[in-house]
Design a protein around this ligand. Structure first.
Ligand SMILES: [Zn+2]
Length: 214
């Protein structure tokens, strides 16, 4: 079987989405790109997370052709492929309709950087304009608007995250929702305090150089 290790990683990362309450039923997906072969492993379309196994992951090439897999790939595959083609630094992509982050998408508002954890996502989480789902056009909007951020909210839709691995993309999906939830709750009580760029840079340095185990 092709890319056995990456299949296992992508499968596990997909399971993080329902585990962290970011998706309901079959929505959402995570993919991973293999830098050696350029092949992409992605969740099958409309497939239940509980039944899903590593062998159900679909391997596609950069043209979207299924190279290996007995199921249809996610309807968001073309979107993922566009981002991979234009961002060689990205090896993992996540997509959810997690409710707090998506509430900002419904309002058409970026998520302001009001928490130290916002630095992990590159500060403000930008907003992409409304684009119908399922094609390269969403990918183009993500690439155009995401900048140095690791997540973007797409108007009237949901969240896309990027990372140096599928694991990082999944982690960012969890972080976006957490930040969106806290900011949303704060906005019910008043005006959130937005961090300055200097404060965000300082936190970014900590997350990059000190946080976690070596
Ligand atoms: Zn979606």
């Amino acid at each position: 079987m092709l890319l056995e290790k990456l299949r296992e990683i992508v499968w596990k990362c997909n399971l993080e989405l329902p585990k962290n309450d970011l998706v309901r039923m079959t929505s959402g997906n995570i993919s991973g790109r293999d830098p050696q072969t350029g092949l992409v492993v992605i969740k099958p379309s409309g497939y239940s997370y509980e039944e899903m196994m590593p062998a159900d992951m679909v391997v596609v090439d950069m043209d979207g052709k299924v190279v290996e897999g007995h199921l249809k790939p996610s309807v968001d595959t073309e979107t993922h492929l566009y981002v991979y083609a234009h961002r060689p630094d990205v090896l993992g992509i996540g997509h959810t309709h997690s409710p707090y982050a998506s509430s900002f998408a419904v309002l058409g508002r970026p998520i302001p950087p009001c928490l130290t954890a916002s630095a992990m996502l590159g500060g403000e989480i930008p907003l992409g304009k409304y684009v119908p789902i399922g094609g390269a056009a969403i990918g183009a909007e993500i690439v155009a608007k995401i900048g140095h951020a690791r997540a973007i909210i797409m108007q009237n839709h949901g969240v896309f995250t990027i990372g140096a691995s599928p694991k990082q993309a999944a982690k960012m999906a969890v972080e976006v929702e957490e930040i969106a939830k806290i900011t949303h709750l704060a906005m019910l009580m008043g005006q959130p305090i937005v961090l300055t760029q200097a404060q965000l840079d300082q936190m970014d340095d900590l997350y990059t150089n000190l946080y976690g185990q070596k």
